[in-house]
Design a protein around this ligand. Structure first.
Ligand code: SF4
Ligand code: SF4
Ligand code: FES
Length: 323
């Protein structure tokens, strides 16, 4: 017996830069089984209702990464997103192209910005020329060494995280979550000889622009958890080079700042971030904030339970996890 169907209204983003002056949304309504993937719905529209609709796909099995798009404002793989729950939640399905990449046509984007950032982290092993790969056999790694990759090898380069990332939107020079997760993968690879160079370089090439919003991790269909690997990279970069950049000084200062009182001393944090001389450049901003919030200049009193916070810090330090 055929599965019961439900009416599925789809509002699909349409835009052909060669023909249209502005994007529009086109409504198509199909009768579909709830488990039908959004990609199958789009292909049905193209086959039966509108052959002009452009959509990119290949494997239809959540493997190739080519069908990533926005489904009701979330970056998803269209081939593994069923229509039923979306219709139940929102009453319709809004389908849009990925963000942070220019639209070629309809749901197809130009992924050049994504791949340019990937290329920028030099995603290949840099081996010691004195220790080339053993000819004709693999270069074995221990289970612990493989474990250190976490789930980064699962990445299918779908760019869903890149599309979801507000740091990429704010500053296109930010490498983006996927490139940084890949960088992490090479930094922890014991066969790679460029660990120190990679960590020093990334400190000035965007690492600290990450806002720690975790939207990349939320949108990743393969559970790569890029934001967690970016956190690890930050920690490794500070260990490798010290807190030399504005971002790293802010992060380290923030951590130390909270430690004794459990409450942020904002004046102190400015000094910790900018240094004494740099703080002078912040005086105008400081006066502006002080007018709105005069208590900012007072040293904060320790909050109730501050000694427990100190114990937590000590325990994290002992575990080597005091980030
Ligand atoms: S956690 Fe960082 S990399 Fe991930 S989406 Fe937010 S800003 Fe982008
Ligand atoms: S990290 Fe996840 S979301 Fe980002 S490209 Fe890889 S698989 Fe896609
Ligand atoms: S078509 Fe390959 S991941 Fe969706």
């Amino acid at each position: 017996m055929a599965d019961a169907t439900i009416p599925v209204p789809l509002d699909v983003y349409r835009f052909d830069p060669a023909r249209d002056s502005a994007p529009r949304y086109q409504r198509y309504t199909l009768d579909l089984a709830p488990h039908t993937p959004v990609l199958s719905a789009l292909l049905k529209i193209r086959a039966e209702l509108d052959p002009t609709l452009s959509v990119r796909f290949s494997c239809r099995s959540a493997i190739c990464g080519s069908c990533a798009m926005q489904v009701y404002s979330k970056s998803r793989l269209a081939c593994e997103t069923p229509v039923g729950p979306e219709v139940e939640l929102h009453g319709r399905i809004v389908v849009e192209p990925m963000r942070n990449q220019p639209v070629v046509r309809d749901l197809v984007v130009d992924q050049a910005p994504f791949w340019k950032q990937y290329e920028g982290i030099e995603p290949h092993l840099k081996l010691d020329p004195a220790k080339p790969m053993p000819a004709g056999r693999t270069n074995p790694m221990s289970p612990e060494q493989v474990e250190a990759f976490h789930d980064t090898p699962r990445c299918i380069a779908c760019a869903a995280c890149f599309s979801a990332c507000p740091a990429v939107e704010a500053d296109p020079s930010f490498p983006g979550p996927m490139a940084l997760a890949k960088l992490y993968r090479f930094v922890v690879d014991p066969r790679d000889t460029a660990r120190q160079d990679r960590l020093v370089r990334i400190q000035t090439e965007g690492l600290w622009l990450c806002l720690r919003c975790h939207l990349c991790t939320d949108s990743c269909p393969k559970n790569v958890r890029p934001s967690e690997r970016i956190r690890d990279l930050k920690e490794m970069a500070v260990a490798a080079q010290g807190a030399t950049e504005l971002g790293s000084r802010h992060a380290v200062g923030f951590k130390e700042n909270l430690r004794s009182t459990g409450i942020l001393n904002e004046m102190k944090l400015v000094r910790q971030t900018y240094g004494v001389v740099g703080t002078l450049g912040q005086v105008g901003q400081g006066i502006h904030v002080w007018r709105k919030k005069p208590e900012i200049t007072k040293r904060p009193h320790p909050i109730e339970g501050a000694e427990e916070i100190e114990q937590i810090y000590k325990a994290l330090d002992a575990e080597g996890d005091g980030r």
